[in-house]
Ligand binder design. Structure first.
Ligand code: PEP
Ligand code: MN
Length: 350
């Protein structure tokens, strides 16, 4: 942490700040230039709030040099986090494609979709059984019955299951069934839920909140990591802006920014980011070109009759076409789809 003193700060004010830094258990590095005096506070500063020092007399500005999200930060973990998920890896050279319906609606719907997305090249199956709907009158999901159907779909296709947990009360029921806990945008700052998931060893897909900054997303990931669960994927799913022509606005910037700030894998969800099946493939291609480690795509065999998010769901044929395009883009940047058995002879890394 750097404490920059005002140009007219007195020696007594500088001394007072130094005493406060020491009292916080930190070491002092004093730099007295012609223009300004800078006090470096060195040590475990991530849990010390900036306002501890910036109200002291003579202080101009307090700045962190290290990130407040220590465990998620690349500064402390320069290598990408790569972890296994049922036969493939997330966060390495392979691109992960998670696909499936917004909601599990019936046994036949989820099995049919699972088989179609597997055939098209998906590496994991998504499907919500506890749905965070804006209206309490909308379909809320099948609950535990839906988990049984997901388990059936996994047995038939071998695809690992990604499903959203909305509350700690669902943890015992879900942990037996899911391979990845999804934490939805509306729960990104549900700190009790984040702590509970942090105590498990089940991989997590943490979605960015509708109005959350990148730093807030990383601080939420920090809760899970601090609990001991290191297998966290971050998911950009569009943010709220003034634009109304799409459901949300894809923050494509977030991909390189996150890749720079953190070692955790970054997934993009173009379905919720655009809210419109017509735009999903182009944003999916853009995400892979921008360096995302994977995609989460809503796919439904009959979008017009879907119980949730039909407008943004791809039909299986469209999804298959998208996977092919994404696979080609992956090759250009020396990556490949997790599902492709044989790496490209020209560009494949391994
Ligand atoms: C979903 O994935 O179906 C979902 C509800 O997403 P989000 O939390 O991003 O709105
Ligand atoms: Mn959805």
């Amino acid at each position: 942490m750097m404490i920059i003193m005002k140009s007219n700060a007195t020696p007594a004010q500088v001394e007072n700040v130094i005493e406060h830094v020491k009292a916080a258990g930190l070491n002092v590095h004093l730099s007295q230039g012609v223009e300004a005096t800078i006090i470096g506070a060195i040590g475990e500063t991530h849990n010390i709030p900036l306002d501890r020092f910036d109200s002291l007399d003579g202080v101009e500005l307090v700045q962190r040099i290290t990130q407040p999200f220590k465990l998620a930060s690349r500064q402390f973990h320069p290598e990408n986090s790569v972890f296994p998920l049922d036969g493939f890896t997330v966060g390495g050279d392979e691109i992960t494609i998670i696909a499936g319906p917004c909601s599990v609606e019936s046994r036949s719907q989820i099995i049919e979709t699972a088989q179609a997305v597997k055939e098209a090249g998906a590496s994991a199956l998504r499907g919500g059984v506890f749905k965070p709907r804006t209206s309490p009158y909308s379909f809320q999901g099948l609950g535990e019955e839906g988990l049984e159907y997901l388990a059936d779909a996994r047995e038939k296709t071998g695809l690992p299951i990604v499903s959203e947990i909305m509350s700690q009360t669902q943890l015992d029921a879900m942990i037996k069934y899911v391979d990845v806990f999804q934490i939805g945008a509306r729960n990104m700052q549900n700190y009790n839920l984040l702590r509970s998931i942090g105590e498990t060893q089940t991989p997590v897909l943490l979605k960015r909140g509708l109005s959350a900054t990148i730093e807030e997303l990383l601080m939420s990931a920090e809760y899970i990591l601090a609990g001991g669960n290191k297998q966290v994927m971050l998911c950009e799913r569009g943010i709220r802006t003034f634009e109304t022509s799409t459901r949300n606005t894809t923050d494509i910037n977030a991909i390189p920014v996150l890749k720079n700030l953190t070692h955790l894998p970054v997934i993009l969800d173009p379905s919720h980011a655009t809210g419109n099946a017509d735009y999903v493939s182009s944003i999916a291609r853009a995400a892979i070109a921008a360096g995302a480690d994977g995609l989460m795509i809503e796919v439904h065999p009959d979008p017009a009759n879907a119980l949730s998010d039909g407008k943004q769901s791809l039909r299986p044929e469209k999804f298959a076409e998208m996977v092919k395009q994404v696979g080609q883009i992956a090759q250009v940047i020396n990556r490949r789809l997790a599902s492709s058995e044989v790496p490209s002879p020209v560009f494949g890394r391994g």
